[in-house]
Design a protein around this ligand. Structure first.
Ligand SMILES: Nc1ncnc2c1ncn2[C@@H]1O[C@H](COP(=O)(O)OP(=O)(O)O)[C@@H](O)[C@H]1O
Ligand SMILES: [Mg+2]
Length: 234
């Protein structure tokens, strides 16, 4: 469904992605793993059109999206949840959520606010709270819920578990898995926390200094002790 071929992305003299090939299949969680600086964020930014690839092609759902603008990517069904949990802090939870529906893609039946609140009940309880009063975990839930309201086919998630308590990360990962299993969503999940990410992923791609160093089922990757020690930090 998402396919990168020979994608290279640079920041001036820095090559952040070096000839990357990657396939993320429909209805699966594909996890992109690697140390800080490996190029994970650049990969998501390149896919969603926020950073222009210097070479290579990106195809999504049968369409060449290499040169599309970020808003056209969104309409094609890609929703990017960047690292950092950006919400509009002066607006309430509900108002932030309603913004998500503005970028709605048109090819799936619209997801309702009630449906996303069912996934993250705390957002319902806090719907009139200003977003700046939320905890880190609640903010992460809010940005994921907001992205879902755009009814994407594929969610691009950048480090959703960063800095969260294990219990909260587990809750968020549980919802991601549920969306894939029961709603047919496809997910490209970037994580430094390889152990947790592999526990919910079907497939994994390991980046080292911008290059793909391994690509296999989550089961095979988590069973590879040398790879774990060298690239995954556990
Ligand atoms: N805006 C930028 N300008 C220059 N270099 C950057 C920029 N963003 C990232 N880089 C560099 O690109 C490489 C990959 O970074 P990034 O994609 O953020 O990795 P990760 O998300 O895996 O930590 C790193 O060497 C980083 O320093
Ligand atoms: Mg990053």
């Amino acid at each position: 469904m998402l396919e990168l071929r020979g994608v290279t992305s640079r920041y001036g003299p820095v090559t952040a992605l070096d000839n990357v090939d990657l396939v993320a299949e429909e209805g699966r969680v594909t996890s992109v793993l690697g140390a800080n600086g490996a190029g994970k964020t650049t990969l998501l930014r390149t896919v969603s059109g926020l950073h222009r690839a210097d070479s290579g092609t990106i195809r999504f759902d049968g369409q060449d999206i290499t040169k599309l603008s970020p808003d056209r990517m969104a309409r094609a069904g890609l929703a990017h949840v960047p690292e950092g949990r950006g919400v509009i802090t002066e607006l309430t939870v509900r108002e932030n959520l309603r913004l998500g529906a503005l970028g709605r893609s048109t090819h799936r039946e619209a997801v309702s606010l009630d449906e996303v609140v069912d996934l993250f009940p705390i957002l319902g309880e806090r719907s009139h709270a200003l977003a700046h009063t939320l905890s880190g975990g609640e903010r992460q839930m809010l940005v994921i819920a907001r992205a879902l309201l755009a009814t994407p086919k594929m969610l691009l998630l950048d480090e959703p578990s960063l800095g969260l308590a294990p219990r909260i990360s587990a809750q968020i990962f549980g919802v991601i898995r549920l969306l894939v299993e029961e709603h047919g969503l496809s997910v490209l999940l970037v994580e430094q926390n390889a152990r947790s990410a592999l526990s919910i992923a079907d497939l994994g791609v390991v980046l080292g200094l911008g290059k793909v160093v391994a690509c296999d089922s989550a089961e095979v990757l988590s069973g590879d002790e040398n790879l774990r020690h060298a690239y995954l930090g556990y």
